[in-house]
Ligand binder design. Structure first.
Ligand code: NAP
Length: 171
């Protein structure tokens, strides 16, 4: 299968790239930094032209794993009194708009049997005391997945809400 992995340079993305390659998939990596994917495109997920160029290059795709995330550690120390609107917009742009951009760009390349997986997080389901913009964005990712599933069927769209996984970001 040919699969696209965003966040391919990151902890979970890199693990997925390696796992998929081990099982024989051809992996297309997307992130600003490099990855070990078979072919890599250094795109910011907010740069739709870069994503569209990658999609046009790789053509038919069986699946897209949207594993990038804002990942700014300082978010986790900000309580309600110090959070600003910009904190919300920043994480929303990368996690929600960026996920939408990836799906939109690769849509013409997706087979009708394709599967898209977006990444949410447990705070997106339960809320949190800290990292509130992150929790809100991850909640929006779930709504995005449900909406895309309705409109893109028969292409399947799901969101996975991970619990804590040890990566550079969490440490
Ligand atoms: N680790 C956990 O415990 C955990 C739990 C639940 C959910 N998650 C979610 O799982 C996903 C991956 O997490 P992780 O722990 O693997 O994080 P990570 O190691 O920090 O990786 C984040 C990835 O996102 C990419 N990225 C960030 N901003 C980007 C942008 N503007 N354009 C393109 N790529 C961008 C980074 O690549 P470049 O910087 O090279 O562009 C990197 O590959 C995130 O959505 C995170 O919220 C993680």
């Amino acid at each position: 299968m040919k699969i696209v992995v965003t966040g391919a340079s990151g902890g979970i993305g890199d693990a997925l790239v390696k796992l998929a390659k081990r099982r024989g998939d051809y992996v297309v990596g997307i992130s600003r930094g490099n990855s070990e994917a078979n072919v890599h495109y250094s795109c910011d997920v907010l740069n739709i032209a870069c994503l569209e160029k990658a999609a046009a290059d790789v053509r038919e795709v069986d699946g897209v794993a949207v594993v990038h995330g804002h990942g700014e550690a300082s978010l986790w120390t900000k309580g309600v009194k110090v959070l600003t609107g910009e904190d919300f917009l920043e994480v929303f742009r990368v996690d929600v708009v960026g996920s939408f951009n990836v799906v939109k760009a690769f849509l013409p390349a997706l087979k009708p049997t394709a599967s898209i997986v977006l990444v949410s997080s447990t705070p997106g389901l339960l809320g949190d005391r800290y990292g509130i913009p992150y929790a809100v964005a991850k909640g929006a990712v779930i709504a995005l997945a449900r909406s895309l599933a309705k409109t893109l069927a028969p292409i399947r769209v799901n969101a996975v809400a991970f619990g804590p996984i040890e990566t550079k970001w969490t440490s």
